[in-house]
Every structure is written in C-alpha cells, then in structure tokens.
Design a protein. Structure first.
Length: 242
C-alpha cells in the first residue's frame, strides 16, 4: 500500500469513526430523552456512505453498498445477526430444528409489507423458490450457492414455514441472515427501482447519490419498544472521497 493509499484509508476511517460516534451520541441522547417525554416526530438522521447503491435489487445486483443500505432496514429475512454476533429471530418469531439437523420449522411473526399487505408463509415460500429456481438468472450465483443444500420449502399454514435440507449445513442459519434470505411480496417484479419490504424503514425518494428512508408506521409485532406515533427519517448520503 502506497503512502497515498494509507492517507486515503486513514481519511475514510476517520470519517467512518466520526459518523459512528455521532450516531451513537444521537441514539444515547434519544434514549435518555424518551424516558422524559414522548418520541419526537419527523426526526432526521443523516448517514454517510463512501459508495452509492447502483440498484435496489438486493438479490440480483452485486455491490456491498446495496445490503448496507437495505438489509434489516428496508428488507428483512427470517433471522438476523445482532450486534453481539448472535443469530436471532427477525421475520420468524421462533424456530425449531429436527434432531437430524435437516428440518427447520419457522413460526412467523405478524408483519406487513410497506404497501400494507400482510406477510404470510406464501411470501416466504415464493421468495425462496425464486432463489432456488435453477433456470432463473435474476438472483446472483452466490446467493443460489448459499442455499444449494435446500431440498424443499413448504407452508403448512399461513404462519409457518418448513425448510428441509439435503444435508446438514452449519452455515444455513447464517445464510438466512444475508441478502439471499430476504423476503419479498409474492409476485414482485420490479426489484431495481422499488423496495417493498417489511423493515422499519421504507424508501420514499430515490435520487442520485441519495436514498431517503422514512420510518414506517407498520411495525412487526415483536418491536414493542417503538411507538407507532414516532417517525424517523433516515437519509443515506453517499459521497465519494477523493
């Protein structure tokens, strides 16, 4: 690495550290004030990224900036990774694993897509079948490979999903937390310019070098700590650093 590259890396690291510190201070201040008064409405957070997402297609277009903006913010999977690194339920309220490690049964939480449609097990099955379709080129090969051990996915009822594996896969639960495991509304066709997820933020405006997210009023039932009367606007400004 040249001296110029080192200076560039240091500059980016300093900016990222400053953003992290600022966001932490904002979160701490918000937490402290919330105990004294009701949540402030129409609040805004601006977060800087060094790269711009080239598309909203989280499963079909490569680029780390896409999941950085969308994963667990706009789109969610059955599971997610919390800050400690532990895998915890997300769209799935709970899950069980068979003794042979091949059958995973997920109970879904009550959730809505940003257009107001209720999420059901049919959406989960549709989303995974889209990834598993060997003839489809709409999903990145990497995402397909992550779920190559899946033998079948079925929906016993509207709130349960059963995924059966061909062989034991120690990476399976982690793969569910990644971009290939996000859940879409059945029949979705426009993934590049529209994002209809179940996450706490929804896209309301898309401009070059900026993505604007608005705190949605529709929360998954497990998120009981958030008031439905509060809004938080997330502005993701993507600036190149020279």
């Amino acid at each position: 690495m040249t001296k110029l590259d080192l200076k560039r890396f240091a500059k980016i690291s300093l900016i990222c550290a400053s953003l992290l510190l600022a966001s932490t201070e904002i979160a701490s201040a918000a937490s402290a004030s919330s105990s004294k008064a009701s949540a402030k409405t129409n609040a805004t957070i601006t977060i800087g990224f060094t790269l711009e997402p080239v598309s909203l297609d989280i499963t079909g277009v490569a680029g780390q900036a896409i999941p950085q903006v969308l994963l667990n913010n706009v789109y969610e999977g059955l599971l997610k990774v919390e800050n400690s690194g532990k895998i915890i339920p997300s769209i799935a309220e709970s899950y069980t694993v068979s003794t042979n490690g091949l059958v995973y049964t997920f109970k879904l939480a009550k959730a809505k897509f940003h257009d107001g449609t209720n999420l059901t097990s049919a959406d989960v099955v549709w989303s995974f079948n889209r990834v598993l379709d060997p003839k489809s080129t709409a999903v990145l090969p990497t995402q397909k490979q992550q779920f190559s051990t899946v033998a079948s996915i079925t929906a016993p009822n509207a709130s349960s999903v059963v995924i059966t594996l061909k062989d034991r896969d120690n990476d399976f639960l982690f793969n569910l937390t990644q971009r290939g495991g996000v859940i879409f509304k059945t029949g979705t066709t426009d993934f590049a310019t529209k994002a209809n997820g179940t996450g706490p933020f929804k896209i309301w405006q898309l401009e070059p070098w900026q993505q604007h997210h608005t705190r949605t009023q529709r929360f998954i039932s497990r998120d009981k700590s958030t008031s439905e009367d509060s809004y938080l606007s997330l502005h993701s400004r993507c600036h190149g650093i020279k």
